[in-house]
Ligand binder design. Structure first.
Ligand code: MD6
Ligand code: FE
Length: 215
């Protein structure tokens, strides 16, 4: 059933599910293998780690970054930094494929001219989740965010401008891309605990890439 629904959605092209928020089903499917190989290379230079939130919680999601800036969290807060605090080295460069995919997806969703300078890479094992949050560490809320899902499927929560607003649930599967910006840019969102499963390409993981213009 879901397969037919997904196929119809793909045939229909971009699905705008809220003002400024668009789902591009399967947009990254053809590039998935190359994207994952690049993630492995990035993680070899800037290892995945479980960051600590300013509130003192260790995140269930493991994280690394590529691009001019990387997203980091510690007791002092969330911020973007040019160097990986674990290695002291600049974050690995953003692969051309990442940049091209993010720009193309943004343009498809109505945000031409997107120039990402940071890509946050999140790895979810079963049970890992992301509590409701806003993405507000970027300097320019005029730029959208492009999110690429790979591997195990997840339930994405999409809320409102207030944390307590009702949430929409969206199933994100291998190759799906979500773009949001404009009126959606500061909406709360999160990911429910990942269900157990085995994906033919990523095994027991979901990988999410979020492209941002951080400065
Ligand atoms: C994730 N994504 O899907 C987490 N943020 O694993 C995000 O937090 C996110 O997907 C802003 C825009 C799109 C996203
Ligand atoms: Fe986010």
């Amino acid at each position: 059933m879901n397969g037919l629904f997904d196929a119809l959605e793909r045939a229909a092209g971009p699905v705008t599910f809220a003002p400024g928020a668009t789902l591009l089903r399967g947009f990254a499917l053809e590039d998935a293998a190359a994207l994952l190989a690049a993630v492995d290379a990035i993680a070899a230079a800037a290892p995945m780690r479980h960051m600590v939130t300013p509130g003192g919680y260790t995140m269930s999601v493991a994280t690394t970054s590529c691009g001019e800036l990387g997203w980091t969290s510690d007791a002092q807060g969330y911020r973007y930094a040019a160097c990986d605090p674990d290695t002291g080295l600049p974050w690995p460069a953003m692969p051309a494929l990442f940049d091209t995919l993010a720009r193309d997806a943004a343009a498809q969703a109505g945000f031409p001219g997107f120039q990402p300078d940071a890509c946050l890479i999140n790895r979810y094992a079963p049970g890992a989740r992301l509590t409701l949050h806003q993405d507000r560490n970027e300097r320019d809320f005029g730029a959208p965010i492009v999110s690429v899902s790979l591997g195990l499927p997840a339930t994405f929560l999409f809320g409102g401008i207030k944390r307590t607003d009702p949430t929409l649930k969206l199933r994100l599967a291998h190759g799906d891309v979500v773009v949001w910006g404009g009126p959606a840019r500061l909406r709360f969102h999160g990911v429910l605990p990942l269900a157990h499963g085995t994906h033919p390409v990523t095994g027991a993981y979901r990988i999410n890439l979020t492209f941002r213009k951080a400065r």
